[in-house]
Design a binder for this molecule. Sequence first.
Ligand SMILES: NC(=O)c1ccc[n+]([C@@H]2O[C@H](COP(=O)([O-])OP(=O)(O)OC[C@H]3O[C@@H](n4cnc5c(N)ncnc54)[C@H](O)[C@@H]3O)[C@@H](O)[C@H]2O)c1
Length: 430
Amino acid sequence: MNTPTFESAKAAGIETVAVIGLGYIGLPTAAILATNGLKVIGVDVSSATVEAVNRGEVPFVEPDLGTSVAGAVAQGFLRAQKETPAADAFIVAVPTPFQADKSADLSYIEDAARAIAPQLRGGELIILESTSPPQTTAHMAQVVLEARPDLSLDGSEGRPAVLFAHCPERVLPGRVMIELVTNDRIVGGLNAGAAAAATALYKVFCKGEILETDATTAELSKLVENAYRDVNIAFANELSVVSKNLGVDVWELIELANHHPRVNILQPGPGVGGHCIAVDPWFIVAADPENARLIRTAREVNDSKPQRVVEQILEPLDGNGAPTIAALGLAFKPNIDDMRESPAVDIVHKLATQRPDAKILVVTPHSKVLPKKLEGFTNITSATAEEAIAAADVVALLVDHDKFREIDTATLAGKHVVDTRGFWHIRDNE
Ligand SMILES: NC(=O)c1ccc[n+]([C@@H]2O[C@H](COP(=O)([O-])OP(=O)(O)OC[C@H]3O[C@@H](n4cnc5c(N)ncnc54)[C@H](O)[C@@H]3O)[C@@H](O)[C@H]2O)c1
């Protein structure tokens, strides 16, 4: 375990840090460096974000971040601006969404690199924290050095060196301020000097182990962690489809199989959502399409699960007139409002499109607004769980929010129930 110390960064010549991108990852990182005594300048293209941070406010919800940002701004250790300044170290935490062909959009990283380049004097450390395909750190270095041919990676030919490293982030939203400190960190340098400098910077706040490697291994490690989860969930989801076809209860099957001392099958669900597990494995597939066969198949299995759920919901309704469907939950996981890449949203969208005559009552206990994807559908309405269940022919449990524990299961009697999470342990044929 490390003992965090500001001195480690100082010894590596780092006293000012520019954090580029003040979102869910960049702002907590900026705040934690600033509260540990470094001078931090946060940079964002969004004026609203810059203004909010300079008022000591956080433009999104993350426990404990508000206090940290307000304190750091009030004490003069953190300020935000739109222009990239000169600094001893730069941390890039901009978005890396996937494009229509499932490859990563690197344009945000390239823009950040082009803005950093004119500020360099030589000797700086540039860390890429955005989740990135293999070799993106090298690509970022190339963009910087193309703009600054007077600098180099290794100080050769009298050109001062700039250090580049990739340090992926694996914090859990909702626990970011804790996990930034306690999680182990992987630090991958384009060379050993870059890895050592990045380690010195993370030692300022990280109590976990800091593990040094090369940049490509670090890039791949983040993607592999999420692909591992995706493949294991796909196995459970595939079992749920096979079990249904064979008339077997998948929850009982998995419970029994997990009595084996070396078997631990995950629980199936309506699909996989969120901006990490449903996205990152595609970056591996794009990097080696011929060989990443299992990873691709897992993505396809998980992406096909929402349509299976739609079929389960609609199957008993054929020819029965315009049905009413209660859809319980839209978030991508329980007890949050985040609907990004959510399979539940996909299921409701598919239901509304495939059965335009159906009335769909959606229940979202953690959010008052419907996601953009469901806007404009006249057959989708928000309701309470009680209203939706009372009116419904089919009740589809899509998210295992704790709030749904309050539902009186007696109200489900006589309804066709599709329980995608094994929440009520009601067998399909009951
Ligand atoms: N949110 C998470 O839980 C999480 C976890 C691990 C890794 N990541 C990765 O971290 C990276 C950032 O994710 P996030 O959730 O913080 O994104 P985000 O959308 O919350 O924040 C990104 C910020 O960058 C700003 N930005 C975009 N282009 C910019 C530019 N050229 N210069 C300055 N600012 C710019 C945006 O305005 C935004 O405020 C992504 O690669 C993501 O995959 C996120």
